[in-house]
Design a protein around this ligand. Structure first.
Ligand code: RIB
Ligand code: CA
Length: 317
């Protein structure tokens, strides 16, 4: 991935439920010089309070306090809220206490900010949704034309030809708000790319990379060291999936993945959150990924060692 100047990259907005991999995606966006016009938050991995506070602190840690953070939906459209604190730790950042940001959350809410940015950057905005799709679904119901106003929607979510990670059928973001996921995937977007477990389960950071990163590393490397410490230290895992960073990278460099056009249905009953591809077009499902290229670029941008690919990790989450 080449270095591109902020001036010639499209306006990009992140919708996040800042947990650990969302935080890494935010850091990667900053280190990739993305033209980040805003971050909206949604309840998912952690509560809306923590997702919003964590996003503020991560942006501040990365020297990007000027990027506005907009508080979004505090609960799914219909189902009860369920978090993923067992993966991300009680505070959503693996227990790491980052300094409080000097910035406060915007007075503009997440859905309003999404609608405002789509209108201000009419036809140009790239929206990257890294959590449950509650905000995107509400924005779509308020303005159906949003689907044509946004240039590209990239979603981290779903499991299309592979098992889920919350149930055998469902990936977390789709499971957390299956009604929102169904509404979003059935809208007629200019371009929508779904980055599911089919490809994100091929991209990780390893224990070796974490151990080789100094405890006092600054910037993105220091953020990664701190917020993934629980994964490698306490939970003794050998790897951590780069779900959200891969989706962000695909938004900047879509050539990282091969895609297939499908229509997708989302189960809201017995197999809640199951995302089933069917004949038809409309949604580009990422079916394969140049994992080596992505992982090498991620390591370069984050300032950590690249991963040895001759040995695969035994336990990953
Ligand atoms: O299933 C992985 C996804 O769910 C990631 O976006 C993670 O942050 C959680 O939101
Ligand atoms: Ca997420």
């Amino acid at each position: 991935m080449s270095d591109h100047k902020v001036l010639d990259s499209p306006p990009l907005m992140l919708d996040v439920d800042t947990g650990v991999d969302d935080a890494l995606a935010i850091a990667l966006a900053i280190r990739s010089h993305a033209n980040l016009v805003g971050v909206s938050t949604v309840a998912g991995n952690v509560s809306i309070d923590l997702a919003t506070e964590n996003s503020l602190r991560v942006l501040s840690w990365m020297g990007a306090e000027s990027v506005p953070v907009h508080r979004g939906a505090s609960r799914p459209l219909v189902v009860d809220y369920q978090d993923a604190a067992h993966v991300h730790g009680g505070n959503g950042l693996g227990g790491a206490e980052l300094p409080v940001s000097g910035a406060s959350e915007s007075s503009n809410g997440g859905v309003d900010a999404l609608l405002a940015n789509a209108a201000q950057h009419d036809g140009e905005l790239v929206l990257v949704a890294l959590g449950p799709l509650t905000n995107v679904a509400i924005a779509l119901s308020l303005r159906p034309a949003l689907a044509r106003q946004i240039r590209t929607l990239v979603i981290m979510g779903g499991a299309y030809f592979v098992p889920g990670n919350v149930t055998p059928h469902a990936e977390f973001n789709a499971f957390a708000d299956p009604h929102a996921c169904g509404q979003v995937l059935q809208a007629e977007w200019n371009e929508i790319i779904v980055v599911g477990l089919d490809v994100t389960h091929q991209t990780i950071i390893s224990r070796e990379q974490w151990e080789a990163t100094p405890d006092d590393a600054p910037g993105a490397a220091g953020l990664l060291k701190r917020i993934t410490g629980r994964t490698f230290n306490e939970r003794k895992l050998d790897g951590f999936y780069l779900h959200d960073p891969l989706a962000l990278a695909v938004a900047i460099h879509p050539e990282l993945v091969e895609k297939e056009p499908h229509s997708i249905s989302v189960d809201v009953h017995e197999r809640r959150g199951k995302t089933t591809p069917a004949q038809g077009r409309g949604v580009s499902i990422a079916t394969s990924v140049d994992a080596e290229r992505f992982e090498a670029e991620f390591a370069r941008r984050m300032g950590i060692n690249s991963r040895r690919t001759d040995v695969g990790p035994a336990s990953v989450e």
